[in-house]
Design a protein around this ligand. Structure first.
Ligand code: MRU
Length: 356
C-alpha cells in the first residue's frame, strides 16, 4: 500500500472551499475553488463533489461561503440569509440525507440559544460547526474501517459499487475504509469495482483512488458482477449508502440492488458501510426515500458521444433501494448493526446521540 498522504477531497482554505473536481478524474487531478453559493450548488448538481458524507461536509462549508457572500449587516438580515441557504444548499440534491442534515446542523448551531451578539459571532459559530461536521466524518470513517476489518477478516476479494471511498467522504471512506484498513494491516485484499453506469464512479473514481493508494483493483462491467459472484470469485460485497431508513432499507447508487440479489443467491455477505449520519430514522422504510431522477442525457451519452438512437427515451434514477432482508450487517461508527435493524438502528442512534 502507498503510505503517502492523499490529496483531500475537500478543504477549507480560510475563506473558500477547495474541492477535487471529480468530473475530471481520472484524466486529471483538477481543483475547483468555491467562493459563492452558485458555484457550490452547481458543483453538487454536476457531481464535481459527491458521495453522501462528502456532500454533508461540503454543504456545511457552503453555508459559510454563502453567509460571507451575502454580507449581512444585522442579525435579522443574517437569520434571513441562513434560511435562504437552508433551502438553496440543503435541497441541491435530494437523496443523500447527509447534505440536508449537515446544512440544518450548521445553521441550527448558529441560531441556537444562548443567541449570538453580532454577525461576526454568528459567522464564527457557523464555521466551527461546519468544520466539526468534516472532522467527525473523518473519525467515523476510521472507526468503520476498524470495525469492518474485524468483521471481514476472512474476505480477500471484495466487490463494491459506485465510490464509497475517500473521494466520497471527509476521511478514508466507508466501504473503502474497510479495504484501506485491511491493506494497512498487511492483509491481502483485492477490489472488484463495478463500473457504475452512467457516470462511472466505480470505473473512474474507485479505480483511481485505489490505484493511487497502491491497492489491487479491477474494474468490472456492472452486468458482469452477478456471474462473478455466482462463480465464487467474490468473498463479500461492501457498499456505501446515501440514506438508510429506520428499518435498514438502504438507498445507494443505482445498481446496488442487483449486487445484493446476486450475493443473496450465492450465499455471500452483502454489507453496507455508513456513518450514523446517513441513517434517517424519520423515514420508516425504503419506499419513502426520495430517489433523485437525473438528466436522461447521462444515459444517452458516454462523454461527448451519443450512444442511443435519436427517438429512444431514457430513464435515469440515480439510486435504488436494497431491502434490509438482503443486508448481512450495517457497519457504522457506532458499531456493527445486525438484523432486525429496527432495533439495532434505534439503539445505535441513541448511543451516538445522532440524527433522526
Ligand atoms: O451520485 P453519487 O456519486 O453522489 O452517489 C454516491 C453513492 O451512491 C455512494 O455509494 C454513497 O453516497 C456512499 S459514499 C460513502
Amino acid at each position: 500500500m502507498n503510505e503517502s498522504k492523499p490529496t483531500p477531497t475537500l478543504r477549507w482554505t480560510g475563506d473558500s472551499i477547495e474541492i477535487i473536481d471529480q468530473t475530471r478524474l481520472p484524466a486529471e487531478l483538477a481543483f475547483i475553488s468555491v467562493r459563492d453559493v452558485a458555484t457550490a450548488v452547481d458543483a453538487i448538481g454536476r457531481l464535481a463533489i459527491r458521495g453522501a458524507p462528502a456532500l454533508g461536509a461540503f454543504g456545511a462549508l457552503a453555508v459559510v461561503v454563502g453567509f460571507d457572500e451575502a454580507g449581512a449587516n444585522s442579525l435579522p438580515e443574517a437569520r434571513a440569509v441562513l434560511e435562504r441557504l437552508r433551502t438553496q444548499v440543503g435541497n441541491a440534491r435530494p437523496t443523500a440525507v447527509n447534505l440536508r442534515w449537515a446544512v440544518d446542523r450548521t445553521i441550527d448551531a448558529a441560531l441556537a440559544e444562548p443567541g449570538v451578539a453580532n454577525v461576526a459571532q454568528m459567522r464564527r459559530r457557523l464555521l466551527d460547526e461546519a468544520l466539526a461536521v468534516g472532522a467527525e466524518d473523518a473519525l467515523a470513517c476510521a472507526e468503520i474501517g476498524r470495525l469492518g476489518r474485524v468483521l471481514l477478516a476472512d474476505a480477500t476479494v471484495i466487490a463494491t459499487h459506485c465510490n464509497a471511498g475517500r473521494l466520497a467522504t471527509a476521511g478514508m471512506g466507508t466501504a473503502l475504509a474497510v479495504v484501506y484498513a485491511k491493506a494497512a494491516a498487511g492483509e491481502p485484499v483485492r477490489v472488484l469495482a463495478a463500473e457504475t453506469r452512467p457516470l462511472l464512479q466505480g470505473a473512474r473514481l474507485t479505480a483511481w483512488e485505489l490505484a493511487d493508494a497502491g491497492i489491487d483493483v479491477s474494474v468490472v462491467a456492472d452486468g458482469a458482477m452477478a456471474s462473478l459472484i455466482a462463480r465464487g470469485e467474490v468473498d463479500a460485497v461492501i457498499v456505501g449508502a446515501d440514506r438508510i431508513a429506520a428499518n435498514g432499507d438502504t438507498a445507494n447508487k443505482v445498481g446496488t440492488y442487483a449486487h445484493a440479489l446476486a450475493a443473496a443467491d450465492a450465499g455471500i455477505g452483502f454489507y453496507v458501510a455508513a456513518p450514523t449520519t446517513t441513517i434517517d430514522a424519520a423515514v420508516p422504510s425504503g419506499e419513502c426515500i426520495v430517489i433523485e431522477q437525473r438528466d436522461p442525457d447521462e444515459v444517452h451519452r458516454a462523454g461527448s458521444s451519443r450512444l442511443t438512437p435519436a427517438g429512444a427515451d431514457a430513464v435515469n434514477p440515480a439510486f435504488d433501494v436494497t431491502p434490509a432482508r438482503l443486508i448481512a450487517a450495517i457497519i457504522t461508527d457506532a458499531g456493527v448493526l445486525q438484523p432486525p435493524y429496527n432495533h439495532s438502528i434505534a439503539r445505535a442512534l441513541a448511543a451516538a446521540g445522532g440524527p433522526g
